[in-house]
Design a protein around this ligand. Structure first.
Ligand SMILES: [Zn+2]
Length: 127
């Protein structure tokens, strides 16, 4: 099998394209934007850019019937720090920090969702 000059050039272009693709992919993942989106009753309540977060952000939401939920968002991720909630599943969920993860407080109809352009870790099951 012999390569012509044109083939070599094509091969080189493909190779460069492949390297830059994977290189970009790597950088892309490293700098992936992350936004914590808080919604109450299905409506967006607040969104916090997790990349620009310099200090811990504390979100206190007053809910119906005198209930409340306190959410903390910091460099580690987002979690429910305090809530008046019958099942406390939202607190038990703990800290979330990956794109696609969410905390749901069903009784209070509050959801915290991390959205962004970071690729979700598909192989997290095999870990
Ligand atoms: Zn809850």
């Amino acid at each position: 099998m012999k390569f012509k000059k044109g083939d070599m050039l094509l091969l080189l272009i493909v190779l460069i394209a492949a390297i830059s693709y994977f290189g970009l992919n790597y950088i892309y993942k490293e700098t992936g934007e992350k936004t914590a989106v808080i919604s109450v009753n299905g409506k967006e309540y607040d969104r916090i850019d997790m990349n620009k977060l310099k200090e811990e952000k504390y979100v206190h939401i007053d809910l119906e019937e005198g209930r409340h939920i306190d959410i903390v968002i910091n460099a580690e991720g987002a979690y429910v720090s305090d809530v008046i909630c019958p099942d406390k599943i939202c607190v038990k969920t703990g800290i979330i920090n990956k794109v696609g993860e969410s905390i749901v407080c069903l009784p209070n109809r509050v959801q915290i969702f991390i959205e962004g352009n970071e690729k979700p870790e598909v192989d997290s099951v095999s870990q």
